[in-house]
Design a binder for this molecule. Structure first.
Ligand code: GLY
Length: 628
């Protein structure tokens, strides 16, 4: 029996059969840093649900992984509610200021140099993370915002041990922790870069988090802190002059709102996936790739496929090239520009596109297709519902709680270290998310290019973030996602194929080497060489790909696969037993914490309204968090 048949027969058994997984019936968190994982586990152990835990993890990540996400950035939280079976996305993506313009990164028609533009205030989008977390808590959480901030405040005030990943990002920062004095003071005190095992205390950040705990989101989006953000994004480089200054105003901050969206849902070999709609390209592009690949028997070694075979890798590369060609033209923030999402996923359109993949040769650089004929008949423009008024380089984590609520959350300040600008006196970094827009406007009436990702006022830049849920028989069985810019989509694709086609257990599906192409022109990045990445892509398979004409792998006869792609943190749910599992990525300090069986809730703890989506009668707790 091939792996696909085995997996299909035994449903989720393939996902779960690994001794490396931490298992619990009472909730699991999988996060890229142990201190942030502990913050989430602490919420679950105190009787909180997955949304409470996600809030605590996100705030803690701002402290311990400040180069990747935080208050100064944005993200996408995918929430599944066990009781109703509904899934929602809290879109806290940064927005362009009202004064943004399509040509702002190319005022003379020429794109500004990326290193200068991306470390100037012009690149800073209106941050959304805090409004996003607060909105999710108000809708579905059970703890107060201040409760979920407590672990982060402790970490900022008392400090934590710098791990090797943070130390490496400081050492190899491309200058970003040196450009601004406030950033250098935190990460290079006295001019010396922090090293592994140093202790990092962040009093300004602790003060900021306490201010938010006391005053709520308005303490960030209005008043002195908002003024400090607006002033900080006036920083620019002398080469850019006034053109490099940020355009964000106090009104932009005050008026920032998240959107609650419906996930994009697709199917692959009998499984259902829920992922990101625009403004992220994550879900659309991944579902396109799966649609392009479904005709290939990727899991069947008897037909010459299977994990790492040249046929499998070739089909993956070509599907990635086709989907990224479409992404470049058609996908942007469809609150501003219509995105033909139905056409892009239409079976007939995908059939025409996948026919371009030849089994025995690399195709010439593909152009974007024209999905519009397939879009018109079915297109329904769905407006996101705004969040309730009364409620007000990237990381991924996944959480499941004892009730079966699931969170899959990817967040970012864009580039590692974002803009490099720390808000003076407040201790957090500002994003450079606006560099995710087209630097030179692409809209062209003559060619029909809609300029889907051109800058516009209040628009969200196209993202690649792809927090994903995998369903079987209508129930979530796994949640996962990754950092890594455009490679995010391919990391999620690799893991999906490993689970569904190759029948790998969850931990192996994450650890296995990945392959990525993020441009139609098709330079292949691939992983290999690290001991944990098993099984490897063979040198023979790499040579076969070179013979087909693929580029970027390295020299013939060598293991050219040496890159590191993504960092996937995942949870899984065994539908038969209700047991929760977590799996973490060795590419960062990925950590899984399981929550021990629930104890009765102490009578002294005040009752809080229980969110829809959880059966109140099953609400017990607290439980104690255990280590890995
Ligand atoms: N800035 C990374 C992303 O949104 O994909």
């Amino acid at each position: 029996m091939n792996r696909l048949a085995h997996c299909t027969r035994w449903l989720v058994l393939c996902l779960l059969s690994s001794p490396l997984l931490a298992a619990s019936p009472d909730g699991v968190v999988a996060v890229s840093h142990p201190a942030a994982a502990a913050a989430g586990a602490r919420m679950l152990a105190a009787g909180g649900n997955a949304i409470d835990a996600a809030a605590a993890v996100q705030f803690a990540l701002n402290v311990v992984e400040p180069q990747s996400s935080g208050l100064g950035g944005g993200g996408f939280m995918l929430v599944h509610l066990a009781k109703t079976g509904e899934s929602f996305i809290v879109d806290s993506r940064e927005r362009a200021p009202a004064a943004a313009s399509a040509d702002m990164f190319a005022p003379d028609g020429q794109p500004m140099p990326f290193p200068l533009a991306s470390t100037s205030g012009l690149a800073v989008g209106v941050p959304g993370t805090l409004r996003g977390v607060d909105t999710a808590l108000r809708r579905w959480g059970t703890f107060k915002l201040a409760d979920t901030l407590a672990p982060a405040i402790e970490l900022a005030e008392h400090g934590f041990r710098v791990n090797r990943f943070l130390a490496a990002d400081i050492a190899d920062d491309g200058g970003r922790t040196r450009l601004q004095p406030e950033t250098a003071a935190i990460f290079r005190p006295g001019g010396v870069p922090l090293a592994e095992d140093d202790w990092l205390v962040q009093p300004d950040l602790a003060k900021t988090l306490k201010r938010i705990a006391a005053g709520g989101p308005n303490a960030f989006y209005r008043g002195p802190l908002a003024r400090a953000i607006v002033n900080a994004q006036q920083r620019t480089h002398s080469e850019l002059g006034a053109a490099g200054k940020g355009r964000m105003t106090l009104a932009d901050l005050d008026q920032y709102r998240v959107a609650i969206r419906q996930p994009l849902v697709g199917h692959y070999r009998g499984w259902t996936l829920a992922g990101m709609p625009p403004p992220s390209s994550g879900g659309l592009t991944m579902l396109q790739m799966l649609g392009l690949l479904e005709r290939f028997p990727l899991g069947d070694t008897a037909q010459g496929y299977g994990f790492g075979s040249p046929q499998t890798l070739h089909a993956m590369i070509e599907a990635m090239r086709l989907a990224f060609a479409d992404r470049a033209v058609w996908i942007g923030d469809d609150d501003t520009v219509p995105v033909p999402r139905h056409g892009l996923l239409h079976a007939d359109y995908l059939a025409a596109r996948t026919a371009l993949i030849k089994p025995d040769s690399r195709m010439d650089t593909p152009q974007a297709g024209d999905p519009l004929p397939w879009d018109a008949a079915t297109a329904v423009r769905r407006k996101p519902s705004p969040a309730r008024q009364q409620s007000p380089h990237t990381t991924h984590f996944s959480i499941v709680d004892r009730w079966g609520n699931v969170v899959s959350y990817t967040s970012t300040i864009e580039f590692t270290w974002g803009s490099g600008i720390t808000v003076p006196g407040y201790g957090f970094l500002l994003n450079n998310e606006l560099t995710d827009f087209n630097f030179v406007p692409a809209a062209n009436a003559a060619t029909g290019n809609p300029g889907a990702n051109d800058v516009a006022p209040a628009k969200r830049p196209r993202s690649s973030m792809a927090p994903t849920l995998l369903f079987r028989h209508g129930k979530p069985v796994a949640a996962y996602g990754s950092p890594g810019g455009a490679t995010i989509i391919n990391s999620v694709l690799n893991v999906t194929l490993n689970l569904i086609d190759h029948g790998m257990p969850l931990q192996q599906a994450i650890a296995a080497p990945r392959l990525s192409v993020t441009h139609a022109a098709g330079r292949v990045s691939c992983e290999g060489g690290a001991a944990f990445m098993q099984p490897h892509f063979s040198v023979a398979a790499q040579d076969a790909l070179r013979t087909l004409g693929h580029i970027g792998l390295g020299e013939t006869g060598t293991d050219g696969c040496r890159e590191t792609i993504g960092s996937v943190q995942a949870v899984a749910i065994d539908l038969a037993t209700g047991t929760h599992y977590g799996a973490a990525d060795p590419r960062r300090e990925g950590t899984v914490i399981q929550v021990e069986p629930a104890q009765p809730r102490p009578a002294s703890r005040p009752a809080r309204p229980w969110p829809s989506g959880v059966d109140e009668t099953t609400r017990t707790g607290p439980a104690r968090a255990s280590g890995r």
